[in-house]
Write a protein that binds this ligand. Structure first.
Ligand code: CMP
Length: 460
């Protein structure tokens, strides 16, 4: 209220003094000076009017329409326009001076001033557009070229940001308006991509799980979105993994990146994974199983039920022939209807056996884990694969190919019979998921399988 009452009171006092002096001073000589009192009356009244207009425009209409405070700069501009009008009115009508004359004589001065103020005026108008458009707010992070910081102030001439080094950078507004500005609004879901290299030799799912574990409890993550870890690219000496995470305050990202790298180092170290650096490897490929693996694999073969009929020497022969593969979750290992001349032992992880159906919803037949085998039907009978088999999680499987089985059958003719009965046993076991198979049916099945095996391997 004081904003209006003080200039109004000033104006009323000036008017009163003016009237009193008009009456009490008969001498017309002083009359000329009285016009300044009259001007004082108009000044007070003018200030009150300009303030009242500002109040109605910004505190009532603007606030009601936009639902926020009017920009300070806009208020200042309207005030300047109002006061200029009062100034012109006073000069022309109260003090009876020729305003046009004053401006005409100062044209050269104006030109010089205009040139000198070119830059400042540019900043001023850019400041106006920043205030009106409000592309960013105090507290947002912005990046101009390589400089990034949190917006601390936007004045009519400059925009100030505070960097993570706790230094201030002041941009003239004309530059903010002209250059590309990247804005990371505060409280927005700002995405950050961190690159982590890992060696080619480590399966992606192993690395992805490790990194996910590292990021799970990283401080300052936006809770609304779970981080994503994926392969970014195959680089020269490493696989480049991308860690996508979301953060409300972008200025935290250097700290969070650093924490992540530290955690990844420890996690990799625990698993014996080396963080790659640019090196050139000469790979000497070893044909057959690597030394040291044979023994492990022989132990695995000993525990697989289908190979029970094999002697120790034969088991070792199979173990030597094994080829190891790693599959990612969801990858299909066998597709029903395909031809195939190998079977697999699950070494690590779980696989799902499914029967595809016309309605697109496959029927699950079994879930197999370490020590289980699959793909034996096509290997031993030469018939197409009977089901789809896919990895439920990261899976390591060991493949047994037809040549080694052929060799075994050639050396031991009784083996085909023993293996066929094992396959029939397993089929009966699998069939029990749906119904119990009587002993005589099992026997028939075994004979049937044996006939198919003998035909396929050309055995008598
Ligand atoms: P194959 O037919 O060579 O390829 C698909 C494999 O899925 C098959 O060998 C079996 O090893 C396996 N399989 C087929 N049916 C079943 C079932 N009902 N339960 C478990 N495994 C099965």
């Amino acid at each position: 209220m004081k904003k209006f009452t003080i200039p109004l009171a000033f104006s009323v006092i000036a008017l009163l003094v003016y009237i009193i002096l008009m009456w009490t001073l008969p001498d017309w000589i002083y009359r000329d000076y009285l016009k300044y009192l009259y001007a004082a009356f108009w000044i007070g009244l003018g200030i009150a009017i300009v303030r009242a207009i500002g109040y109605v425009l910004f505190d009532v209409i603007f606030r009601k329409r936009k639902g926020r405070e009017a920009p300070e700069l806009l208020r200042v501009l309207v005030s300047i326009a109002g006061y200029s009008l009062i100034f012109a009115f006073l000069f022309t009508f109260v003090l009876e001076k020729d305003l046009a004359g004053i401006f005409a004589t100062s044209a050269v001065v104006s030109l010089i001033l205009g040139l000198a103020l070119q830059e400042t005026l540019g900043n001023f108008f850019a400041g106006i557009s920043l205030h009106v458009e409000q592309p960013f707010h105090i507290g947002d992070a912005i990046r101009i070229e390589t400089m990034i910081g949190k917006v601390e102030a936007v004045t009519w001439r400059t925009t100030t940001i505070r960097t993570n080094d706790n230094t201030l950078i002041i941009f003239p507004n004309s530059r903010v308006a002209r250059d590309a500005v990247e804005i990371f609004p505060y409280n927005n879901l700002n995405r950050r991509i961190l690159h982590i290299p890992a060696p080619y030799g480590v399966p992606p799912q192993t690395v992805i799980q490790l990194i996910k574990e590292c990021i799970r409890t990283l401080p300052n993550l936006a809770p609304e979105r779970a981080p994503v870890v994926r392969i970014g690219r195959f680089a020269d000496s490493s696989i480049d993994y991308e860690v996508l995470y979301w953060v409300k305050d972008y200025m935290w990202t250097p700290d969070m990146d650093a924490k992540m790298r530290e955690r990844v180092w420890y996690a990799f170290h625990r698993k014996g994974i080396q963080i790659p650096f640019p090196i050139r490897h000469v790979l000497m490929e070893q044909v057959g199983a690597a030394a040291g693996q044979e023994e492990d694999y022989a132990e695995i073969i000993r525990q697989v039920s289908i190979f029970e009929p094999l002697g120790d020497h034969e088991k070792e022969e199979v173990a030597r022939s094994l080829v190891r593969y790693v599959y990612a979750p969801g990858e299909m290992i066998l597709r029903s209807g395909d031809q195939g001349n190998s079977m697999f032992i699950v070494h690590r992880g779980r696989v799902e056996v499914q029967l595809p159906s016309d309605n697109g919803k496959p029927q699950q037949l079994a879930v197999l884990g370490p020590g289980d085998f699959f793909g034996e039907m096509a290997l031993f009978t030469g018939e197409p694969r009977t089901a789809d088999v896919s990895a439920l999680e990261e899976v390591e499987v060991l493949e047994i190919r037809k040549p080694v089985i052929e060799k075994l059958f050639a050396e031991n003719s009784g083996l085909a019979e023993a293996l066929s009965s094992k396959i029939a046993d397993r089929q009966a076991e699998l069939a029990q998921y749906t119904r119990a198979m009587p002993e005589d049916e099992k026997m028939m099945k075994s004979r049937n399988i044996l006939a198919r095996v003998k035909r396929f391997f050309s055995l008598k």
